[in-house]
Design a protein around this ligand. Structure first.
Ligand code: ARG
Length: 466
């Protein structure tokens, strides 16, 4: 490309020649901000209506403008619109085409407006819509987890700390832990929507405008609660995008933890679950293999989402008020994080709904590793009145004896146990079985099936209103 180009139609008045090819390439955002076309047109129509109602432009011009913008919307949706890099971004692409279509009236649309408030309102509208999509997807995932939890409220599995079998829990309880996490993600989305529900439109370049505009009208027309109260903040704020990315990063991190567990559970060594064929792949060389690719990709894509949060934080950290072109870098992070998160949520919902749970393997594993040692210690405290520290010590000796005899704790004989503490009676066996262990944990939020069912009922009711 040569440097000698015709000057830019929109701001090229004072340039003898067009921007150099490199400048054009670094400056243009149309390759990605075309995604904002619908929001841009919506914003422009609302702005033009307000301009007409306040008498800043004529009703006839407004009608032409709205008609032209709707034609452009159709052209873009039909794929017949020609985007031009020379016109930099979506805003100027649309406005240039509007001029082609309706002539001089197009020039009146940008009265009392700047691309600075225009891009701010476009991206806010887009992010707000995406937040509603994420909320729906989260509700779908939570529903899938609730179903599995209900099915397996009493299915015993080992609970882990340090990745070592710690105490028996139920699979339903484990699923409900993720329900809690994703429900908090949902509340983060709702909070983010609440905060971003203010319109920046009408802040103009940065200082507001001398035209008698009505910012409340445009805010309302675009579905915002109210206009933003400071014009400088309106054009320079991107924390609504950061709110979205922070929520996305936390949610992706939750998804990644569940993906990691799915990967571990589906190994032949664990065998707790089997993924459906739709969410796994075979190996091209090892015929026995079934790989949890979808789960691995959920785990892997988390890196991207988290990276986008750090990326935009870094773009924003050195920005003096108000707008700087750096801020054009906000969009790709947001778009990619959104697309990635949507896909991750859909894949996880599919995996959770379709996986087969091997309750027998879970139960077998729950019984190994002397997982009911704490129950033995608690029994000694409750029944024999031992101080917990001493009970802990007695139990440690019982575990050592079981290891020596190569049996699990519950398989020790009464004589064996009495050789450690003569006060022990056969009643001890009622707590050593894993099923009884989980049944006894009835404290609020505990793993007892009765408690898990209570929590399921709570979330079903809450989700209907979420
Ligand atoms: N494409 C620009 C962006 O994404 C639009 C705003 C341009 N404003 C300006 N003063 N150059 O940020």
């Amino acid at each position: 490309m040569s440097d000698k180009k015709t000057s830019n139609q929109m701001w090229g008045g004072r340039f003898a020649s067009g921007p150099a090819a490199i400048m054009e390439a670094i400056n243009a955002s149309i390759s990605f901000d075309r995604k904002l076309y619908a929001q841009d047109i919506r914003g422009s129509i609302a702005h033009s209506e307000m301009l007409a109602q306040t008498g800043i432009i004529s009703a006839a011009d407004q009608e032409k403008i709205a008609h032209g913008l709707n034609t452009i919307l159709k052209e873009i949706e039909a794929g017949s619109f020609e985007f031009s890099t020379k016109l930099e971004d979506i805003h100027m692409n649309v406005e240039a085409r509007l001029a082609d279509l309706i002539g001089p009236a197009a020039g009146r649309l940008h009265t009392a407006r700047s691309r600075n408030d225009q891009v701010a309102v476009d991206l806010r509208l887009w992010v707000k819509d995406e937040c509603f999509r994420v909320a729906e997807a989260l509700k779908g995932l939570i529903t899938a987890l609730l179903e599995r939890a209900e099915e397996h409220a009493a299915t015993v599995m080992p609970g882990f700390t340090h990745m070592q079998a710690a105490q028996p829990v139920t699979f339903g309880h484990h699923c409900m832990a993720y329900v809690e996490m994703f429900a908090r993600d949902l509340s983060r989305v709702r909070d983010a929507i609440e905060r971003m529900d203010e319109s920046p439109l009408g802040a103009a370049a940065l200082a507001g405008t001398s035209f008698p505009i009505d910012r409340h009208q445009t805010a309302k027309a675009l579905g915002f609660r109210e206009p933003m109260r400071n014009s400088l903040d309106s054009v320079s704020d991107r924390d609504f995008a950061l709110d979205f990315l922070a929520m996305a990063a936390i949610c992706a991190t939750h998804l990644s933890r569940l993906a990691e567990e799915i990967i571990i559970w589906s190994t032949p060594q664990f065998g707790f679950i089997r993924l459906s064929d739709s969410f796994s792949t075979g190996s091209s060389i090892m015929p026995q293999k079934k790989n949890p690719d979808a789960a691995e990709l959920v785990r892997g894509k988390t890196g991207r989402v988290n990276g986008h949060l750090v990326g935009l934080l870094t773009v924003m950290k050195g920005m003096p008020l108000t707008y700087g072109k750096d801020m054009q870098e906000d969009k790709e992070s947001v778009f990619d994080a959104a697309e990635t998160l949507d896909l991750m949520l859909a894949a996880m919902t599919g995996m959770v709904s379709d996986m087969t749970v091997n309750a027998a393997a879970m139960k077998k594993a729950a019984g190994s590793g002397h997982a009911t040692a704490t129950d033995l210690a608690d029994w000694l405290v409750r029944t024999l009145g031992l101080p917990f520290r001493e009970a802990h010590h007695v139990t440690g000796r019982a575990v050592a004896l079981a290891e020596e005899k190569k049996v699990s704790l519950e398989k020790l004989s009464l004589e064996d146990l009495r050789s450690i503490n003569p006060g022990i009676t056969s009643d001890i066996f009622s707590v050593l079985a894993v099923q009884n262990s989980v049944k006894s944990r009835t404290s609020f939020g505990g793993t007892a099936p009765s408690e898990v069912r209570k929590q399921i009922r709570y979330w079903k009711k809450r989700l209907a209103k979420a």
